[in-house]
Design a protein. Structure first.
Length: 116
């Protein structure tokens, strides 16, 4: 059995994610982090619009649960805020993982992560 990969987004803090999401503009990249049953999928997508007065941003794709509207403060989906999809920062490590893993894989979260 393959050793589970460490989720490259699990070292991002809530504060870092919020600061990034509040600064994005239309056309910028974000990554949708979707988990289910111990599987991880990272999907790169584009921001299609923002509404700073409501603390929201909108993306080209959904995470599979909910829609394409997201809260900038938490990265949670506006239609499924308790669901398994959130937005994360497209760091080099996250983008490399997203481009190299084409189907969801089992993963582990970095120690001390808020995503536990």
């Amino acid at each position: 059995m393959k050793t589970p990969e460490v989720d490259p987004s699990s070292t991002q803090t809530k504060y870092e994610i919020e600061q990034y999401l509040r600064s994005v503009n239309e056309g910028d990249q974000v990554v949708i982090r979707s988990t289910q049953g111990g599987l991880l999928e990272l999907k790169v997508t584009q921001v299609t619009g923002t509404k700073p007065s409501a603390g929201r941003l909108y993306t080209e794709h959904s995470g599979g649960w909910g829609g394409t509207a997201w809260y900038a403060k938490s990265g949670k989906n506006c239609y499924a805020p308790k669901g398994q999809s959130t937005l994360v920062i497209p760091t080099r490590e996250v983008l490399e993982y997203a481009s190299s893993v084409t189907i969801p894989e089992f993963y582990v979260v970095a120690s001390g992560s808020h995503m536990l």
